[in-house]
Write a protein that binds this ligand. Sequence first.
Ligand code: C5P
Length: 398
Amino acid sequence: MRLSGRRILLIVGGGIAAYKSLELIRLIGKAGGRVVPVLTAGGREFVTPLSLAALAGERVHEALFDLTAEVEMGHIELSRSADLVVVAPATADLMAKLAGGLANDLASTLLLATDKRVLMAPAMNVRMWEHPATRRNRERLAEDGVLFVGPAEGEMACGEYGPGRMAEPAEILAAIADALGPKPLAGRHAIVTSGPTHEPIDPVRYIANRSSGRQGAAIAAALAARGARVTFVTGPATAPRPTGAEVVEVETALEMAAAVEAALPADVAVFAAAVGDWRPVAAAARKIKKTAAGPPALALAENPDILASVAGLAQGRPPLVIGFAAETGDLIGNATAKRQRKGCDWLVANDVGDGSGIMGGMENAVTLITAEGTEAWPRLDKREVAERLADRIAAALA
Ligand code: C5P
């Protein structure tokens, strides 16, 4: 059966859709899975602990400060004993709590304490779903690695029509099976570089670029979700750090090169960082003063090319080395030449020309260049690009 032996911690939030969670428990049971139910105070207004307990064949957890429960199993342990945490219905309130890191009841504490993936099935009024705050929270949660199923569009209990209906139990079951699905990269080690580098001029100034680190973080999260051990070497990026990866923070290209070397060996290395090509020869020890003699001259030295040096390793070269190329003209020509010059196996090329909004933005339009040829992908959310790339990596290493 699809979920044989898998344990699902099911958090039932307060919404009319809570009645569908009862059916969900039944479906999970039929698929061979076990459900440990957690009921919020709001959820209790819609379904009774007795129905949940009867269907799940497990006691229902409700209170954060429950002495009996703490003796049997502490709430931290409870958050980790499952294979997956499912929130259905996920109310606007539960989403906001997790997005903001609040932990003031059992459900929100479990969500914050868990080391497992979280799958949310949102259910709420259309306006609440479309409110900028909820949209912001959803975006933030997705960046943190939370999975979503639904909501669907349709007639709502409140009489309005639009997105906000909780996904049907069968659909949630499919998403659960997906989330718990095979881990094709289990046992593999991936190195992902990400973000810009800062090359110091003096203690307060540096040379940098517009990279947000979003694409690299999404790739690291997608590889981790497929079971890989991920070393995520990041420059000072604004994007949230990916869940499930070991994060190594660096500032300069030289530090990034050293961190990558220290992280080897690896089965795959993805160089998504926008590494500074040059650094000031020597950073001034004190802030450089403005003088009547005019602006100072900046002498630059070339940074090591991390991608090219790892791709060129005679010994210990990762079997799959992937580079990125941000180009502003003749994308395919430049990127194809770059793949050969750098000696990498695949090159993910993107046009970051004026008006593309790609560098620092949420979307990416990439062309994958391999020894076999080029493949243009449609313009996608950076997370989608990461999912596709991770699937390709998993297939290549299989
Ligand atoms: O030559 P260019 O900077 O366009 O190459 C981009 C690719 O090379 C990216 O994958 C980037 O992470 C990598 N790179 C690197 N070290 C550098 C410069 C670029 O790893 N010093």
